[in-house]
Design a protein around this ligand. Structure first.
Ligand code: G3P
Ligand code: CA
Length: 379
């Protein structure tokens, strides 16, 4: 564990423990990742040694961003479940990786919505499909989720057609229910997706996010919540309204879209420079880089040498939670591939251990069971 703690993390207080005690009641046995021998209230406000985020749920095993995927992630031992957030026409925050839902739902098979198919500019790039902001929640709830990458995750397709698109409120309700059942706090790690895009349509995500967290008693430093964004301006604005830790996401290429729109020439590479990270620390508590920004691949596709990102982020007081750790060879560095078949499972343990050795404070993983097991083996 690094000594860096998010500035919004506070030591357990009587009031925070009282809140935790109110939601955490004795129940069935917890997974091995859980410090189940301790009274629930003792662990409720303790920062995790190593943060395992169920990326879009346990999306290596269930269609992403479904309650089934989130529940499985929690049962596998994830500390947090991660809903990416977009909005409906009637301003309800729902969990999808992007506003376009043709790739992750059966909307194309609904003739009543055929006329909703459109081409829009998403962060400057044309995209054709169906968009959440053109649907009411009631309409969206008639759709069913499907596996995004069936070529790599054929086994997940057996769950196609079974689950709805969940709202943020449903994800929070699930995290509460599972916190009680598993006797450990299941955190949420929501991401505002394409904030500028939604602001430009008069459907800003941030007010609804603040309202929902506040309404659920989750807008305080002891809440097990991180809020993340690839954009900068909306995180800075949220810093004025939220009392939970914020995480600046960065990408191996390109620039925050709000920078692009505002003519700011800085790129994500600038954001993760030592100077950039000190700037981030003024409004956020962590950074969520792409894996390559922490350990780039060499010319042969194998892991190279770590960059200075972790050191510089820690010096700035930021935690580092890179994304995305996935078991399929398709997503692994060549040194951890098990075969030439992209869908085959490779050595995700090896990759996670290399990043742990590089000092990261947690990981986003589609396979949280592997991340949890890697953490347990290291103790
Ligand atoms: O939020 C961390 C990671 O999820 C960012 O990538 O595109 O999977 O949301 P993405
Ligand atoms: Ca995300």
């Amino acid at each position: 564990m690094v000594s860096v703690l998010p500035r919004r993390f506070v030591p357990a207080t009587a009031s925070a423990l009282a809140v935790a005690a109110a939601v955490l009641v004795p129940q069935v046995s917890a997974p091995s990742h859980s410090p189940s021998a301790q009274p629930a209230a003792v662990v409720a406000n303790k920062p995790d040694d190593f943060v395992v985020v169920g990326h879009r749920g346990a999306s290596g095993y269930r269609p992403e961003h479904t309650l089934a995927a989130y529940e499985l992630a929690a049962r596998m031992g994830a500390d947090y479940i991660e809903p990416d957030l977009v909005t409906t026409k009637d301003r309800v925050l729902v969990a999808r990786h992007e506003p376009e839902i043709g790739g992750t739902t059966d909307v194309a098979a609904h003739p009543e919505f055929a006329a909703r198919k459109k081409t829009k500019l998403l962060d400057g790039s044309p995209l054709t499909g169906w968009f959440t902001e053109d649907f009411t929640l009631k309409e969206l709830k008639t759709l069913r989720a499907k596996e995004r990458i069936p070529a790599l995750r054929q086994q997940n397709t057996v769950f196609d057609g079974r689950y709805q698109v969940p709202t943020l409120q449903e994800v929070i309700d699930l995290s509460r229910r599972l916190s009680r059942e598993l006797r450990r706090p299941i955190g949420i790690y929501p991401e505002t997706k394409h904030p500028t895009y939604f602001q430009q349509q008069g459907l800003a995500l941030e007010p609804e996010l603040v309202k929902t967290l506040t309404r659920n008693g989750l807008n305080h430093p002891g809440a097990k919540v991180f809020v993340q964004s690839f954009e900068v301006a909306n995180l800075k604005a949220l810093d004025q309204q939220l009392r939970v830790p914020l995480v600046q996401l960065t990408s191996a290429s390109g620039a925050p879209y709000d920078f692009v729109v505002n003519g700011d020439k800085r790129t994500y590479a600038d954001v993760v420079s030592a100077t950039g990270l000190r700037e981030v620390a003024k409004y956020a508590d962590g950074v969520g880089p792409a894996k390559d920004q922490v350990i780039p691949l060499d010319a042969t596709g194998k892991l190279g040498r770590p960059t200075a990102l972790v050191r510089d982020a820690h010096r700035a007081g930021l935690v580092v939670h890179p994304y995305t750790f996935r078991v399929e060879n398709n997503f692994l560095p060549a040194d951890f591939d098990s075969s030439a078949v992209p869908a085959d499972a490779g050595n995700l343990f090896g990759e996670i251990n290399a990043f742990r050795a590089a000092g990261v404070d947690g990981v986003f993983s589609d396979n949280p069971d592997v991340a949890v097991a890697a953490e347990a083996e290291s103790k």
